[in-house]
Every structure is written in C-alpha cells, then in structure tokens.
Ligand binder design. Sequence first.
Ligand code: GTR
Length: 370
Amino acid sequence: MSTPNSLVNATLVAMAMTASALFGAVGGEENGACMSETKKWFLDNVYGHAPVGRPADMSFCGNTILFAGGKVKINLTVAMPKGASPEKPCPVLLMGDFRTWNNGMRDDKESMEFKRKQDAIDSCATARGYAVIHYDLNEAAPDQPRRRELEKMAKNGEAMPTCPHGVFDIYGGETDRTDTSWGTIRAWAWCHSRVMDWIEAQPALDHRRVAVLGHSRLGKTALCAGVTDSRFKVVYSNASGCGGAKLNRMALPRSENIAQITSRFPYWFCRNFNKWAGRDAEVPYDQDEWMGLIAAPGRYLYVASGSEDHWAGPEGEKAAAESAAKAWDALGLKGMGGHVGYHCHKGPHDLDVGDIGKFLDFCDIRLLNK
Ligand code: GTR
C-alpha cells in the first residue's frame, strides 16, 4: 500500500524542523517571530532587513509594477515560450540587470554586448519552454554608476527624478539608514519578491515553478531572494563570490574579502557588515549556512563558477555549495547531485548561454520532470 500524502508531508515537515535546528529555518519572507538565529545573524550583520513585505501601495499595470502610485516603477520585459497559456502555464526564469534604465537600452559597446548575450539567453530558454523576465534594478534601487550619475546631477542642479533612490526613498533606508537597514542587495532581492507577486497574478506563468538567477552582484541577490522568499523554487548563483556563494573563512588570497567589498560597495550591505572587515575568518556563520537556509522539500540550489575567476573564488564557491547540500541531506533528501547542482566553466567571470544551458538541464529534471 502506498504511503498517504498527508503522512509524507508530516514526515517532511518534521525532517525540515530537524534540519532547521542544524541550518536555520526554511525560507519565506523574513518576519521576526519565526526567524532562525542563522537567518537573523545574516540579516543583522550582512544584508539588512527589509522594512516592509508586500506593500499596500503596490499596484500592477500591464507589465509594470508601481509603488506609491507610480513614484517608483519596475518595467518588466517578458520573453514567452511558444504555446504558454492559462491552460498550460510555463515555468519562469527571473533575472535582473542594470542596462535598461530610463526605459531604453543604451547603445554603448558594453550595453550592446550585454544585449547580445541577453537575447541569446532568452532564445535558449524560451526554445526550451521557459519564460524569461528581465528588469532594470537601477529603477528600483540604484547601483554605483547610477548613484554617481545622480550625485553629479544633484551637484549640477539638474532636475532630479521624484525618488532618485527608488524604494529606499519610499520605504526608508537611505537618509535614515541604521546599522541593520537593508542594503541594496536586500532591496534588489525584495524587488524580486515583488516581481514574484506580479508573476502570481499572470495566468500563463506558473508561479509554482519560478527560478531566480543572477550573475555576480546579482548572484548574491538571487541567493538573498532565495533565502528570504520560499516561493522561489530554484535559486541559481553564478560567480557571486564574496557576499554570495564564496566561503569567507576559506583563505583564498586572490579573491575579494570583506574589507575590499565593504569599502568599494558599502551600500550593497547593511552597515554592520563593515564591522567584519579584516575578520573574514571570524564570522560565526559562513555562506554555506546562508545557502543552506534555502533547503526544503521541492526547493533547489544551483551554483556555478569560472575557473579563472579568482576574484570570486571558485574553490570557495564549490566548497560552500557542497557544504550547503548537507542541509538537504539532513532533510533526508539528496543534496549534491540531487537538490544541489554545481558546475565550473573554463574561463573568466562570466554568465553565458553555455552556463544557462547547463542550468536548464538541471531545471528540466527538477521542475519539468524530464
Ligand atoms: C566586482 C565586485 C564583485 C562582483 C562584481 C560584479 O567589482 O568586487 O563582488 O559582484 O563586481 O557584480 O560584477
């Protein structure tokens, strides 16, 4: 006789609780009452806390998400596979970028190269039955070049956008920043959650099969979104390095350390992260434990590196993925090679269509039962 589903579910929940004791509670947007100590440490010390969950002043208009009546907007670009419909909703890949702010793709060489890669990724994914969603994170929470541009505009007395710092200007964290206020990575991850809210309202998109992914700073962001929002079923970090998938405690002299990242990109993290500069080996929790927080039945982690990407520390990313996989093992689920995947492409710091192909091979089995 087969085991009833309710019994299987009860067993999985009990196993998840056991793993929680080892690795911290499973995802879901953070809320004080049921947050594990591990997760609290990371939000207090590294990424900061989001001041709101789904805000009451958010609305949707077509492919645009509006905050505070449109003071801040997120414009989504959606590439759909053939045949997706409300009767046959398709799985989704959610990616952010920084190239389309001001509602237009720039035409400089770097942006054109980015566009070529993005189009290749979209074609590859849609041909395999996945929708791809892109949007410009600068609109929601500006990254460094956009921040510099805004500073210059302010200095020159130019007309400023209503909310130059995006969601920080609406929900707080810019001028009233505290030691644990959200940094930009947490804010971007929060935006991914708002896009997830939008996905849930789209009948042709399958909100139960959404993968969040990103490269480099957006790999750090994908992990943050995966830990803080359990609706993301698959989380893919590509070359995320320090503050992402790389272990801080592993001595890798060629890779970025906490002092370097907090001095160049202080606003990516909460202020408390500065206190760990020069103390990488002393952090009480490491990035494998951060990624282990994603572990739950039906949730998957994928990590990829570049063999020549010494700044991101491929050895540290691989070791962290292997260690994080133990959170799934503790649930009685297969970790490495099962719920957790890893590959290292030969070459530098990059995410290209080859990486996406390998990642989709992983997703096909887990999300599409292929
Ligand atoms: C680097 C930074 C890395 C990485 C990268 C990127 O300058 O040191 O942590 O995130 O930027 O996002 O491209």
